[in-house]
Design a protein around this ligand. Structure first.
Ligand code: DGT
Ligand code: CA
Ligand code: CA
Ligand code: ZN
Length: 583
């Protein structure tokens, strides 16, 4: 764990601890500090080095007492108050809290009654069937806990793209600087921007491979060395994932990059196709096929320094890595019918942003400034609504007050526009959490489900379609409500949802938040075929979350989306002009 990650863990444990003890306000404040530490990463220590407690207090999500704790931790490696808490309650709150639905009260009860301190104790308690006999728990809670634990374990060992990509970028940057290195890149599932990553596959070309290997295994990100060789090394990174590096001669770089980018199915299909064209393709390169005694064998190497040269030799276009899944991309590449994918950096405005009006860490003005700093030209403020009382969701009155604040801000901001929006909660019966009158005054209405995830497919679909039929709705946020490793998607008839989206002119969101990644790539492709527009949002609750937008663009690309399929690639004016909704 990095120091920032450790602080994120400590603050979350404090939040749970205070919640268990019925302390008011502190839990949420600590939770915000925790999220902020995780988001800021190395910036925390950098700020502290520059200006101590005072500089820490300037960071989003930190106050006097939390800033002092960060200072104590960075100075001494410990926090006294935390250690005292751990003595009184020696439970791995962090580990247990990763199970969706297991809140502070549950963790406390499991410890008090069954001495559950960590995940393996919990598994044992589940197997013994003791949990269902606890007061207020019962069969249903026990089943639910079992399901959630399985879901978490299924994703164990794989990590979210959003957390791995920055580390991979850093490593490629560091290795590219090593003298003698000509090319360096990551391949594998990261290059294809898959939603989760098993391991990091790195490639480099160099006249001096040993020097590259030396630098690689001694990078500050490395925890342990599994293996160090002349052309291949493998390490474990501190962020809990393995990374492999292969160093190859420059003349086979194209072939090696192609091979290790995969995916496996794409490679198998491509090799079959190559054979039919009189070539053989493997990780060492593209070779002409020669016939010896009736058998095919690899012959002369065809030098391909780039991937494009390989695909070109095979008389096809190069599918962007995001499309390489072993589906119809190879046929499309042969027919020169690959889509012109939406370029990274195309999103001009973020249409889902939370502020301190509900559960965000910055106020409207600060979020707008942060968005602008990142090159965006507009954003919609979409705080939650009153059904979500525990995070201070807005009622009609507060929404109107917020609108006035936004009007004032818009007068002062230059070349940036704030839209008055909402993330309006959808009730069980498909009605919305705000009155039509309130919705009519907004520029941007997003709706989303935050409860009743287990309804049958028919009921859930009916609920969402009814909500979409409200004339003021612009977009469905995180449509399937999935949380990777934590919550299964809700059961929807996607064809029916898409037909309704088309009928009511409602866009569907790609939520770029790493654990959401919702819609998924396959849904995006279905949506585009159905003529439904897509919106790519960060769902920012803190400024650094704006940096997730390229992850959403990656999902759009994996779903074959072009720029014109995505509404918020348009300027603010074009976006407003295109909307047909009456206001
Ligand atoms: P991951 O690591 O599970 O997230 O997924 P990948 O796709 O990065 O898979 P990985 O690391 O096992 O292998 C990297 C690439 O190497 C893979 O995408 C394609 C290529 N590759 C690995 N094994 C084979 C194989 O048996 N046959 C072929 N054709 N390609 C392979
Ligand atoms: Ca991999
Ligand atoms: Ca690998
Ligand atoms: Zn939401």
């Amino acid at each position: 764990m990095t120091k920032a990650q450790e602080l994120a863990k400590i603050f979350l444990e404090f939040a749970y601890w205070h919640e268990m003890n019925g302390v008011a306000f502190k839990p949420r404040a600590y939770e915000i500090s925790s999220e902020s530490m995780a988001g800021l990463g190395d910036e925390v220590e950098a700020a502290w080095r520059k200006g101590g407690v005072k500089a820490l207090k300037e960071l989003p999500g930190l106050g006097q007492s939390t800033a002092e704790k960060v200072d104590e931790f960075l100075r001494t490696g410990h926090i006294k108050e935390y250690e005292q808490m751990k003595k009184r309650f020696p439970v791995d709150i962090w580990g247990l809290s990763r199970i969706e639905g297991l809140g502070p009260k549950h963790i406390k009860e499991l410890y008090q009654h069954l001495k559950v301190k960590n995940l393996s104790d919990l598994k044992r308690a589940l197997q013994s069937g003791k949990i269902k006999n606890l007061p207020r728990w019962g069969e249903k809670s026990q089943d639910k806990l079992e399901r959630q634990l399985k879901l978490m374990e299924a994703s164990a060992g794989r990590q979210l793209l959003g957390y791995i990509l920055p580390a991979a970028d850093q490593i490629v940057k560091a290795l590219s600087k090593v003298p003698g290195v000509m090319h360096c890149a990551y391949a594998g599932s990261i290059r294809r921007r898959q939603e989760t990553i098993g391991d990091i596959d790195l490639l480099a070309t160099s006249k001096n491979p040993e020097r590259v290997m030396d630098v690689f295994v001694h990078l500050p990100q490395v925890e342990t060395i599994h293996e160090k060789g002349k052309t291949r090394s493998s390490v474990r990174l501190k962020i809990g994932i393995d990374a492999d590096l292969r160093v190859v001669p420059d003349k086979v770089y194209g072939a090696t990059l192609q091979y290790f980018t995969g995916d496996k199915k794409h490679n198998v299909m491509l090799r079959e196709y190559a054979l039919s064209k009189g070539f053989t393709l493997n990780e060492y390169g593209l070779f002409t096929l020669v016939r010896k005694k009736g058998k095919h064998e690899g012959g002369r190497l065809i030098v391909c320094k780039t991937e494009e040269e390989i695909y070109k030799k095979l008389k096809m276009d190069t599918p962007p890595p995001e499309l390489r899944v072993g589906g119809d991309e190879i046929e499309a590449a042969q027919k020169h019918k690959l889509p012109n994918l939406i370029p990274y950096g195309s999103v001009k405005g973020d249409l889902q942003v939370q502020t301190t009006w509900s559960d965000g860490v910055l106020n409207i003005k600060e979020m707008a400034e942060e968005a602008k700093k990142r090159g965006l030209t507009y954003m919609a403020v979409t705080d939650h609504t009153k059904s979500l009382a525990f995070i201070n969701g807005l009622n009609e009155k507060r929404l109107a007050q917020q609108g006035k604040e936004i009007d004032k801000l818009n007068k002062t901001l230059k070349s940036f526009t704030i839209l008055k929006g909402t993330e309006c909660d959808i009730h069980k019966d498909g009605s919305l959490d705000l009155s039509d009158k309130a919705l009519a005054k907004l520029d941007w209405v997003g709706i989303s489900i935050h409860s009743q995830f287990k309804l049958s497919r028919a009921e859930q679909t009916k609920r969402l379609v009814k909500a979409m039929s409200n004339p003021y709705v612009d977009c469905v946020f995180h449509p399937t409500c999935r949380l990777i490793g934590k919550r299964e998607p809700i059961d929807l008839d996607m064809d029916e949802v898409l037909a309704a989206a088309k009928r009511y002119n409602v866009a569907l969101e790609i939520n770029s938040f790493p654990e959401r990644s919702d819609l998924r790539d396959v849904h995006v492709r279905m949506a585009i075929k159905a003529g439904v527009k897509i919106v790519i949002n960060s769902d920012a609750h803190a400024p650094e979350h704006f940096d997730y937008l390229p992850l959403g663009e990656a999902i759009a690309r994996r779903g074959w989306a072009t720029k014109s399929d995505v509404l918020n690639t348009k300027s603010f004016k074009e976006l407003m002009a295109r909307r047909t909704k009456k206001r």
